[in-house]
Write a protein that binds this ligand. Structure first.
Ligand SMILES: Cc1cc2nc3c(=O)[nH]c(=O)nc-3n(C[C@H](O)[C@H](O)[C@H](O)COP(=O)(O)O)c2cc1C
Length: 274
């Protein structure tokens, strides 16, 4: 009989989780689930092994179990099997080849179409273009997908989110025949890893966790230390070819306009900014 652990994880899944590291043994605040969460790294190289349909279904069910604003359940996932479609999506995403080579590829969509129909079924009139609806639908998708990511990783799969599909979201809508009030938030590669990348370090806890009030006074030394750590990570990962650090990456990210077409695109999908 399958045992269900206190965490709700079935025994056979639990056994596949990363073992608790030596240094964390005896630390009763760490368990295998936390260890798994701490061992995440995006995977961009995959073996040819396909991902079984029933495993994907289980992973998606885990996504469905995520919390969802007012039970809105605004996520629709589209699995892309056709090579030609995957190739086109890879191209839109800036020639990210793992979109094609991953064992499976999914597109996560924020979907208010379904709830609009439900509203109309009950004699209501859908209120289009509400910023609040845009936020809750997008948050729903992120929570759903991250549950999928954890479920997949617990089964020995690797994942990589693909925000690159928003380079040309209109093209993705056309390829996937998305109705109004649905927009593609990101793609998602999953498959069996054929690489063992290092874990990317994160900001120090003191920078991200505050007590009572937002106090950024003492963040600078933590960020400086993190810059050095991330620079070392990039050097090792790229054999010395990438010289960068977190603040440089942030300059590149938020120091210029980013996908300025998104506002108009979202408006055209019925996700305006009212
Ligand atoms: C919403 C989202 C979109 C992303 N888009 C891409 C992408 O298009 N291509 C890619 O290679 N990685 C993408 N990533 C992965 C991030 O680059 C990665 O998570 C981050 O650098 C931290 O590294 P790690 O996942 O290995 O810890 C994306 C991640 C998120 C959450």
């Amino acid at each position: 009989m399958t045992r269900i652990f206190q965490t709700g994880v079935r025994e056979e899944y639990f056994n596949l989780l990363a073992p608790v590291e030596e240094k964390d043994k005896g630390n009763d605040r760490m368990n295998s689930i936390m260890q798994l969460l701490r061992s995440h790294r995006s995977i961009r190289e995959f073996t040819d092994q396909p991902v079984a349909d029933d495993l994907i279904n289980e992973i998606i069910r885990c996504g469905q179990s995520a919390a969802t604003s007012s039970n809105l359940q605004a996520t629709t996932v589209i699995r892309i099997r056709k090579d030609a479609t995957r190739r086109e999506i890879a191209r839109v995403a800036g020639d990210q080849q793992y979109v094609v080579t991953a064992g499976a590829f999914l597109v996560f969509c924020a979907d208010l179409h379904r709830s609009a129909i439900a509203c109309e079924k009950q004699g209501g009139e859908f209120a289009p273009g509400m910023t609040e609806h845009f936020i809750i639908a997008t948050v729903d998708v992120a929570l759903f997908a991250q549950n999928c990511a954890i479920a997949a990783e617990s089964m020995g799969l690797g994942i990589c989110y693909i925000g690159g599909i928003r380079n040309d979201p209109q093209q993705i809508c056309e390829l996937l025949d998305l109705p109004d009030q649905v927009y593609p938030v990101f793609g998602f590669c999953l498959g069996y890893p054929s690489q063992e990348p290092e874990i990317k370090p994160r900001l120090p806890l003191s920078v991200v966790l505050k007590e009572e009030l937002y106090d950024g006074e003492n963040d600078a030394p933590g960020i400086e230390a993190y810059d050095e750590k991330l620079a070392a990570y990039y050097r090792t990962r790229t054999g010395g070819t990438k010289e960068s650090c977190w603040t440089v990456e942030m300059k590149n990210l938020v120091g210029k306009e980013s996908r300025p077409h998104m506002r108009g695109f979202l408006k055209s999908r019925g996700f305006g900014m009212k």
